[in-house]
Design a protein around this ligand. Sequence first.
Ligand code: SF4
Length: 242
Amino acid sequence: MDGLDKLKHISVYLGNTCNFDCSYCDREYIAKDVGGQTLKHAWVDLVVDFFDKTMPHCKGLDIISVHGGEPFLFISRMDDLFTKLFDKYIKNTDRKFCITTNGSLIAENKEFLKKWGPYIKFTISYDFAFQKQNREGNPMTVVGDGLQTRDFTHVSDVVSANITMALCEDKAVCGELFNVGSGTSFAVLDLVNMIGGEDPYYTFMPERLGEARFTQANIEKIKSFGWKPKVKLENWLKEVGS
Ligand code: SF4
């Protein structure tokens, strides 16, 4: 059990099924090399037993996470696992559960969110065209002159905004519209430079007729309900690499 006191994070694999088909997904590798089987209901107690034996040695553990596949496709198992671990390892601690998700099924599971919302962090899997082009050694394709600005918003902030408003008890918000954004904007060429570094490789495409020149969301309305964006584009790009 040496070194377990330095462990920060234990992740439980729920299953290999997903409702998305991302090009960069590792499910095929997991299925081939480690089986990719689904956690059966009857195995949840075995996982809890593992935690009971391991946690006394993991004083520094911050996160108990679940991933897949798409964890929300295994929601009853996830709920069972959280219920069995909560009192012993989450309640009255700074620890959180973390769900690695594509975010598409969160809004359909409001009861789960009401129950576990304060104890959950979300990690959202995300990639976009410039990063893919850059990683594959292809030029990043800039539309127009690249000086148009956009409010680039991380999907986890979009999810947290949806959760905030879904759980809002003020009935007056029903049917209201709320802008969600980062509150700042960058030129597309700024983004190319952030991803491509000192010598970015890019090419131009013809401007699209009717495309907005400058966009930036006014997020004051949703901020008044306690939500604010957490992810800054420049920090996130440094974190995930280009
Ligand atoms: S959302 Fe995640 S698990 Fe699903 S296909 Fe994409 S990368 Fe794979």
